[in-house]
Design a protein around this ligand. Structure first.
Ligand SMILES: [Zn+2]
Length: 350
């Protein structure tokens, strides 16, 4: 996982006042505030995690952007294929990682665990809510040939006596998308897209806000995408700084959106040449391209929003987010695929 330039210390503050407000997260979902430079962030008792009037509304980006023509990473394999896939059926004891170490000692349980965690975190908090006795059945493809493990389908069932809910998800590439995503059995997307997205095409969200990363919490959202994928500012703003702490951040950019809020883009391949400190980027304009500069292990965009006090806030709480749904032929094909996955998981669980 790429290591972002985020503070050395953080505080995870669950803020009932915000949860009770009209934010778009579901009740019970944590709200995080991350302090800068080792300082704990102050609890946010207000409801400022709503775009203030002074910030321009997101542009309706006339997208999707096509993938960069020189990218070799985007001839996607047939993700929906079950050929050669494995079934993993485990009852969790200890941590998820410890469970996987025992369950697949010949594979790469750390990489698989990381991928399973990315699948789980939209429906639960995989760092705090997994309990001994929970069961997970997953279909996955081995890593290899430059590919990480791929989770094809997953079923989670909590042990009796906890408040966790059971859920299932399946990978499927929707018509018109460059990459597959994950969907619940009814055809609703597992991941949520920001209403104001900085990239219009990406392979996977590989980091969420507040995710534990060693001694700190992740301060932004990571979008894994091929190098050269255009990065657009959904809000627009004035360039505050460029290319600071490049050892960690790589090529990077901060835009003042107004109202004290700023957008930060890290690990860029390059910054739009017309931008300089003090210049203005219009809503929806390309401000740079996805890269892997600085402390980054694969091409991705680290997208962060800071508040008026310089504290990172969850981009999913700053603006709105939504999940898409499958319909028509996509839904039909998806249902056929989920049936095949269910049969395979049922057989593998025996
Ligand atoms: Zn990041």
């Amino acid at each position: 996982m790429p290591a972002p330039r985020v503070p050395a210390a953080f505080v995870l503050a669950v803020l009932p006042a915000i949860l009770a407000s009209a934010c778009r997260r579901q009740p019970g979902e944590p709200v995080f505030v991350i302090g800068l430079d080792g300082q704990a962030g102050p609890p946010r008792a207000d409801t400022a995690l709503v775009v203030p009037d002074s910030v321009p509304p997101p542009d309706s980006l006339a997208l999707p952007d096509s993938l960069p023509p020189d990218s070799s990473a985007i001839a996607p394999p047939v993700y929906e294929s079950l050929e050669g896939a494995h079934v993993l059926a485990v009852e969790v004891h200890g941590s998820l990682y410890a469970t996987l170490q025992e369950a697949c000692p010949d594979g790469d349980p750390d990489v698989l665990g990381a991928h399973l965690t990315r699948c789980l975190w939209w429906d639960m908090d995989p760092w705090h809510d997994i309990c001994a006795g929970d069961s997970i059945i997953a279909i996955y493809h081995d890593s290899g040939a430059g590919m990480e493990n791929r989770t094809v389908a997953l079923r989670y069932a909590p042990v009796a006596g906890t408040s966790n809910s059971a859920f299932a998800l399946y990978q499927y590439r929707r018509s018109g998308d460059n990459y597959p995503s994950y969907w619940h059995p009814g055809g609703t997307e597992v991941i949520r897209l920001l209403d104001a997205m900085p990239v219009s095409t990406f392979e996977e969200i590989t980091g969420v806000f507040g995710e534990p990363r060693g001694d700190h919490g992740h301060g932004g959202v990571d979008f894994k995408a091929p190098e050269g994928t255009p990065v657009r500012t959904p809000h627009g703003g004035r360039v505050v700084r460029m290319n600071w702490n490049t050892e960690y951040n790589g090529q990077c950019l901060e835009l003042d959106m107004g109202g004290g809020y700023s957008e930060i883009y890290l690990h860029l391949q390059g910054i739009a040449p017309e931008l300089s400190c003090g210049s203005t980027a219009a809503c929806g304009s390309v401000v740079g391209w996805v890269g892997s500069t600085g402390r980054s292990y694969s091409a991705h965009l680290h997208y962060q929003i800071n508040d008026e006090n310089g504290y990172a806030i969850d981009p999913y709480l700053f603006g709105g987010s939504h999940s898409r749904s499958l319909s028509g032929a996509d839904l039909e094909a998806f249902r056929a695929f989920t049936a095949a996955c269910d049969s395979m998981m049922a057989a593998g669980a025996r």
